[in-house]
Design a protein around this ligand. Structure first.
Ligand code: G6P
Length: 369
């Protein structure tokens, strides 16, 4: 096992550090930026299904559901296709309206999650086209789907999902971009710029990982917290949910993710000098609005840990700590803003003496209801 960990103390840390390579492996051979082409067999052979779809329904559980939420922003924003994101466990039992004009995308790292598998079977019975996004090759969901795309993240051993999440987002981004191009919602120039930027993401993830020593110091300050709040807007709202999930899964600290603007409808009542608030406040996408949310937290004496764009000055003035990530397009920012939140949960869990790779009561894959 020590050999498999490749010199890292835990699988989770190894998998966090594998992300630059995993993301590259996900788009390798699919993204031909110089030719302005995205090639994905599962889509190329079924393009009509996507082009004629009335809507896309995404079903998933846990971290994969968060990747689905990010995908909702990407699909609607870039390809202008209506998207609904559902917990597979709710979808399968609520007599959903599904037609032959729907495309269902099932996202699952393991490809074995019972609820997601059941949701696929239901959608197929109703005649929808099912596209699987799985990591494990040959898994049940991959086999049950009409077509699909693998994430190629490599084996993920840590129960708390890390590289599966960022590679799922990468695959779904490729899919959205391809559809945007086909539908003409994106100009050639925009398309080209996007592809070129996507290719810089692995090296930008490397840069985000360089904040690790600082993140360890910040983790030490907040390791004894009993509650934490995570806030983000737009593309980074699902990242806030995922940040909170990571913390509760492995450190057993209660954490909630919220859309930053929704804070005033509840969580703001919880804020006092004992409440750490992790805020994603990158430059693009509602930056000024998030800054005013940060001011609201500050005036209630909450502790602010902000994820900001490199070189940010405004948030630095307000926050107790800032962690920088490189600048990128707003729609690609979740691939970067997720990284410090993964590292924070990891260090806090280690400092609390928790079993990081196998947290209590959790399973890597939930194959029963
Ligand atoms: C379990 C795991 C999570 C995972 C979820 C969905 O709860 O602990 O890390 O996100 O299942 O799993 P899947 O394999 O379908 O992505």
């Amino acid at each position: 096992e020590e050999i498999e960990k490749g010199g890292y103390d835990h699988f989770m840390l190894k998998e966090i550090y594998e992300q630059p390579r995993a993301i590259k492996d996900t788009y390798r051979g699919r993204l031909l930026a110089d030719q302005g082409i995205i090639r994905m067999a599962g889509i190329d052979q079924n393009l009509e299904k996507f082009m004629n779809a009335n809507r896309i329904i995404i079903v998933a559980c846990g971290t994969s559901w968060h990747a689905g939420l990010v995908a909702e922003y990407i699909f609607e924003d870039l390809a202008r296709i209506p998207v609904e994101v559902e917990y597979a466990s709710e979808f399968r039992y609520r007599n959903p309206v599904i037609t032959e004009k729907d495309v269902l995308i099932a996202i699952s790292q393991s490809g074995e999650t019972a609820d997601t598998l059941a949701a696929i079977k239901l959608a197929k019975e109703k005649g929808a086209f099912v596209f699987g996004v799985c990591n494990v090759v040959g898994s049940s969901i991959a086999r049950e789907s009409d077509a699909g795309a693998y994430t190629h993240a490599g084996p993920e051993i840590g129960v708390a999902s890390t590289k599966a999440f960022t590679t799922q987002i990468t695959v779904l981004t490729l899919l959205a971009l391809k559809l945007a191009k086909e539908k003409g919602t994106f100009s050639e120039t925009e398309f080209h710029e996007f592809l070129t930027e996507l290719e810089t993401i692995p090296s930008k993830v490397e840069r985000a990982l360089e904040a690790n020593p600082l993140i360890e110091i910040i983790s030490d300050v907040y390791k004894d917290s009993t509650n934490c709040l995570y806030l983000g807007r737009g593309y980074n709202f699902p990242v806030a949910l995922e940040g909170a999930l990571k913390l509760k899964e492995i450190s057993y600290i209660h954490a909630e993710g919220y859309p930053a603007a929704e804070m005033k409808h509840g969580p703001i009542a919880l804020i006092d000098e004992h409440m750490p608030v992790f805020v994603i406040a990158t430059k693009k996408g509602h930056y000024e609005k998030v800054v005013s949310n940060i001011q609201e937290i500050k005036s209630r004496k909450g502790k602010i840990i902000a994820i900001v764009t490199e070189g940010d000055e405004q948030v630095k003035e307000l926050a107790d700590h800032v962690i920088e990530v490189p600048e990128t397009l707003e729609s690609l920012s979740p691939l970067l803003t997720t990284i410090p939140l993964q590292l924070l949960s990891y260090h806090i869990a280690v400092m609390r003496g928790c079993n990081v790779d196998q947290p209590r009561n959790l399973a890597k894959s939930v194959t029963v209801e």
